[in-house]
Write a protein that binds this ligand. Structure first.
Ligand SMILES: [Zn+2]
Length: 187
């Protein structure tokens, strides 16, 4: 992705699947987050846009490849304080267009399947799915994350520590020996 790409225009709504791979079409642009309905459901607001570039080409195994990259800043709910937190998403992806589930299973693990039998492909659908896949499972503000770590250190480890001590005292035969050994000293 070394060449200069233009993200000032909206991403093309459709590409012709019969030509895009043969002509090694490359599309770049932006998509307003508000137009991505499935992603929007995961966000606290739909301000902003995702920038993306998609390259269509045939690889040496004659697979129809869609390689791309995306960048977005989105607002999601912090899992600790429940206020919005902005997260930066960035993802590179390598897809192979397949028309059946069986073809998808035969792909090398480095490639993800894009199941489509259509004569047109929607860059927006591809970008939205990749965005959803790269969303973190849990998002927090950095200070909220620090507070969670602090809670675990203070409460979590504390409880585990006292449990361990009880168990050791109950089950460790050496502690019994130690008690016997120490007995003469107490007299
Ligand atoms: Zn927070």
């Amino acid at each position: 992705m070394a060449e200069t790409l233009d993200f000032a225009s909206p991403l093309l709504p459709f590409v012709d699947a019969r030509k895009a791979f043969r002509h090694e079409q490359k599309v770049a642009g932006y998509l307003p987050l508000a137009t991505l309905k499935n992603l929007s459901a995961m966000l606290t607001d739909t301000e902003g846009a995702v920038k993306a570039v998609l390259s269509f080409w045939f690889d040496q195994d004659r697979r129809r490849r869609i390689d791309g990259e995306l960048w977005a800043k989105v607002n999601v709910q912090c899992q600790r304080c429940l206020e919005p937190v902005q997260i930066s998403l960035g993802e590179q992806f390598e897809l192979a267009v397949v028309s059946t589930e069986a073809m998808a299973k035969d792909l090398p693990t480095s490639l993800d399947p894009w199941l489509s039998d259509e004569e047109t492909l929607s860059p927006a659908d591809i970008v939205e799915e990749q965005l959803i896949l790269c969303m973190p499972i849990v998002s927090t503000h950095s200070q909220c994350n620090a507070a969670i770590v602090q809670d675990v250190l203070e409460k979590g480890v504390g409880i585990e520590h006292s449990d361990q001590v009880d168990e050791k005292q109950a089950s460790n035969p050496f502690s019994v020996l130690a008690t016997l050994k120490n007995k003469p000293d107490t007299h």
